[in-house]
Write a protein that binds this ligand. Structure first.
Ligand SMILES: Cc1cc2nc3c(=O)[nH]c(=O)nc-3n(C[C@H](O)[C@H](O)[C@H](O)COP(=O)(O)OP(=O)(O)OC[C@H]3O[C@@H](n4cnc5c(N)ncnc54)[C@H](O)[C@@H]3O)c2cc1C
Length: 375
């Protein structure tokens, strides 16, 4: 029987899963349309022009035993254990890891979304063509919008930038952390305006950067697999699709629907542990041992406000704001260190399966908590 694990998606979750499996000698094929690994957590820097190409060669990140296949999955057929690619190629799988991410949110005509590489390329080009004095609008109230706004305002001081947010900025931050964030935005040159932006009537600006939420590919829904209202693949606590013992999920495109996991946000800090844990459970399944319940949590969340300022909100394991928060240069340095660490963790796992570890999650209660997003 073919036990090859086919991993759909070469982002943080997929790459981590591939490395964990390959290092244990399990056959792995990673399928992704991307030529190179995109550091999505750096896309605001690329958009603003403060960083050159944020992509990294897969060869420098993957265990050499991982077979990399360029392609985009179009349909999953659990009955025959096959995946059809857009190219028409059909792949058989022994196990499947669904890790297709969240770079597909709808973008109103006239706006551009820097939360995906193609959008960041377009945004960077449009920004570079602005004449002095032309306005920039950023729409969104989450961390992507905040980072994009601060980075862009710093890089384009001659272009007035307004951040439009429907409600409180970054609602899961404490009031103190949010006040510090607002101070940082102000000193970066960002004007914050509260009110909902109608996608059919965008603010008057030379460039409108749309950062109003991540959207996931509808591949799982199209394939008849169980999904939530947003189209994320529904998983049990062992990261497996209920009733489908060979299909696992990880990262932004998947959601654990068992009670108690609602705290897990769409972040790279959730995607990497999920990728590693899904791989661990595939190894357990192949060995005939019981799967582990997913267990990951948080210590804090770092936000950059340009290259020299930032904020850190310390968190409980279940992503609840603590009273302690940090601002200024030290927060910016911490954020930069963490961005570098993500690549080191992936490379560490490529060298030694099991090397990557993460903070433990909260003690489980049967009560579901509200879902929170990075975006
Ligand atoms: C500007 C910005 C800053 C951020 N900063 C942070 C941060 O500081 N900390 C944090 O924790 N999170 C941060 N995030 C969020 C983080 O980037 C995402 O949560 C993370 O990328 C999710 O990882 P993933 O592996 O699930 O998906 P992704 O990284 O989106 O990767 C998905 C992969 O799947 C591929 N794919 C898509 N469709 C298919 C298909 N049909 N077939 C095959 N492959 C497919 C994609 O091409 C891609 O390779 C930030 C996001 C943005 C935009």
């Amino acid at each position: 029987m073919d036990t090859t694990a086919v991993i759909l998606g070469g982002g943080y979750a997929g790459v981590m899963a591939a490395n964990r499996l390959a290092g244990q000698g399990h056959p792995v094929m990673l399928v992704t349309p991307d030529e190179r690994f995109t550091q999505r957590i750096r896309l605001h820097e690329y958009t603003a022009g403060t960083r050159a190409d944020p992509r990294v060669d897969y060869a420098t990140l993957l265990n050499p035993k991982v077979q990399l296949l360029a392609g985009r999955a179009e349909a999953i057929r659990p009955v025959t254990r096959t995946v059809r690619l857009v190219s028409g190629v059909r792949l058989d799988y022994g196990y499947l890891v669904y890790a297709v991410g969240s770079g597909e949110g709808r973008v109103p005509p006239g706006a551009v979304a820097p939360d995906r590489f193609s959008g960041a390329v377009e945004a960077r080009t449009r920004l570079s063509r602005l004449a002095p004095g032309e306005r920039i609008a950023v729409v969104g109230g989450g961390l992507t919008a905040v980072e994009v706004a601060a980075e862009t305002a710093g890089a384009y001081p001659e272009n007035p930038l307004t951040l439009y947010t429907a409600g409180n900025l970054v609602p899961h931050f404490s009031a103190g952390a949010r006040a510090g964030l607002l101070r940082g935005l102000r000193s970066a040159g960002v004007r914050v305006q509260t009110g909902t932006v109608n996608p059919d009537r965008l603010p008057e600006a030379g460039v409108v950067l749309w950062c109003a939420g991540f959207g996931v590919p509808q591949l799982a829904a199209r394939s008849g697999l169980p999904v939530d209202a947003a189209g994320r693949l529904a998983l049990d606590a062992t990261l497996r699709v209920p009733g489908q013992d060979r299909i696992y999920g990880a990262g932004d495109a998947a959601v654990i629907t068992d009670p108690g996991y609602g705290y897990l946000p769409m972040t790279c800090a959730s995607a990497m542990p999920m990728g590693a844990e899904a791989a661990g459970n595939i190894l357990r399944s192949a060995a005939g041992t019981p799967p582990a319940r997913h267990n990951s949590g948080f210590l804090g969340q770092c936000v950059s406000l340009g290259r020299r300022d930032g904020a850190v909100q310390f968190l409980t394991a279940d992503y609840t704001a603590r009273s302690f928060h940090l601002h200024g240069r030290s927060a910016a340095v911490l954020k930069e260190v963490l961005c570098r660490m993500t690549l080191r963790w992936i490379r560490g796992e490529a060298k030694k399966s099991g090397a990557y570890t993460w903070p433990a999650g909260p003690r489980m209660t049967p009560e579901p908590s509200p879902q929170v997003l990075w975006s």
